[in-house]
Design a binder for this molecule. Structure first.
Ligand code: GLV
Length: 388
């Protein structure tokens, strides 16, 4: 295994995180649902896309800068909302948000984060994005939106593909919970991961701080799937998007779109952006990869809203391919969580540096010098995975 300072790829970062993060939390991030076919397809389909090499096009003074729903970004990459990042590393969401701010890319805080909206706001100076799940308790949702507004969050990411939690076998087998239950197996794990254990002892942030203390019945929260089954609103529909958009007042990005009709509905109900996503293969196993359906979503709504994607992005080359197929940016989830687990803020910074360098070099070797000019002409269209 490489030393932290020698890490060159996201795969190496993953290996380092595996060694440093307790198994139940490493597995939580690394899981897909059921057979993990969709989880694997996200990466496999990226590797099928071939890049068009070009020469002698003047590639001096290159720029990766872009703007994402009105926020300037130093490259077309954003940190995806991920549950329990504060269990990958002590105060994980704060550390990742600081790294994202320094790198000039958006950070999205999950509703199911360990650190709260207020914790992250207190430790950052630029606006971050907040991800919302719709629960039955609409008063709580209103309060969450108000808290995001008070923290000056500059976009709301509304996740619509997780009203029921997809079954992830590893979580059930590991008895995944936050805070972790102190079982003999966990104590043994702590002896093998002393850096993590000490860090956790030194922070108060060990449970779901967006929720605990804000919801009357948060007792069951340690069992994530039981709590979600209890609290998330199965009646979620498109009119909720209109209501939420009105309440928030700023840009709302709908996450979890894989179908062109759903994309059109999201736009018709006020979405300012869409994230083409299968939740990292963690929800509907058997669904296609995000990169595979991206072109048809772009055809449906690409001229009306900003379309982003996530799922399987493990390199700057993957980001480049997503941009070439029409995405305005790619979101990274596991890639930054592995950086976080491997080295906290420095690990996320390193992950973003690796991706930025790969993206820049790939763009140059494809003969482009401005990311805003990258498009379908940069890939071989017959290698774009088929749509059906
Ligand atoms: C939550 O977003 C999860 O995928 O576990």
């Amino acid at each position: 295994m490489p030393k932290f300072d020698d890490v060159l790829t996201i795969d190496e970062m993953q290996a380092l995180a595996r060694a440093r993060v307790p198994k139940q939390f490493f597995d939580y991030a690394d899981s897909g649902s059921w057979t993990e076919t969709t989880y694997r397809a996200n990466q496999d389909d990226f590797s099928k896309i071939k890049l068009r090499q070009r020469v002698a096009t003047d590639i001096e003074d290159r720029s990766l800068s872009t703007s994402l729903v009105g926020s300037a970004s130093s490259m077309p990459v954003a940190l995806a909302p991920t549950g329990l990042a504060g269990m990958q590393y002590p105060d994980g969401e704060i550390k990742a948000a600081i790294a994202a701010e320094k790198a000039g890319v958006p950070f999205t805080l999950s509703t199911m984060a360990i650190c709260s909206i207020e914790d992250v706001a207190e430790h950052t100076s630029k606006p971050f994005w907040f991800q919302l799940y719709v629960m039955k308790d609409r008063k709580f949702i209103e309060r969450l939106i108000d808290r995001a507004k008070a923290a000056q969050c500059s976009a709301l990411v509304l996740t619509m593909d997780l009203q029921i939690l997809g079954q992830r076998h590893k979580d059930l087998r590991n008895g995944m919970s936050a805070p972790p239950r102190v079982t003999p197996r966990f104590v043994f794990e702590m002896m093998r991961k002393p850096h993590w254990a000490l860090g956790m002892l030194n922070t108060q942030r060990r449970s779901f701080r967006n929720i605990e203390g804000h919801v009357e019945d948060a007792r069951n929260l340690a069992s994530l799937s039981a709590w979600i089954a209890d609290q998330f609103d199965l009646k979620l529909n498109w009119t909720d998007l209109l209501t939420i958009k009105r309440q928030f007042g700023g840009p709302v990005i709908v996450k979890g779109i894989l179908d062109a009709d759903d994309a059109r509905s999201a736009v018709a109900h006020g979405a300012d952006g869409i994230i083409v996503s299968n939740h990292g293969g963690r929800q509907l196993d058997g669904a296609p990869s995000s990169i595979r359906v991206l072109p048809e979503i772009i055809d449906a709504v690409g001229d009306k809203v900003e379309v982003f994607m996530d799922g399987g992005v493990r390199s700057g080359q993957d980001v480049f391919k997503a941009i070439a197929l029409g995405a305005k940016s790619a979101f990274i989830g596991r890639a930054f969580l592995w950086g976080l687990g491997a080295g906290g803020e420095a690990g996320v910074t390193r992950t973003l540096d690796i991706i930025r360098k790969e993206l820049d070099m790939t763009m140059a070797l494809c003969g482009e010098r401005d990311i805003r000019n990258v498009g379908p002409h940069n890939v071989y269209s017959n290698d774009i995975p088929p749509r059906s």
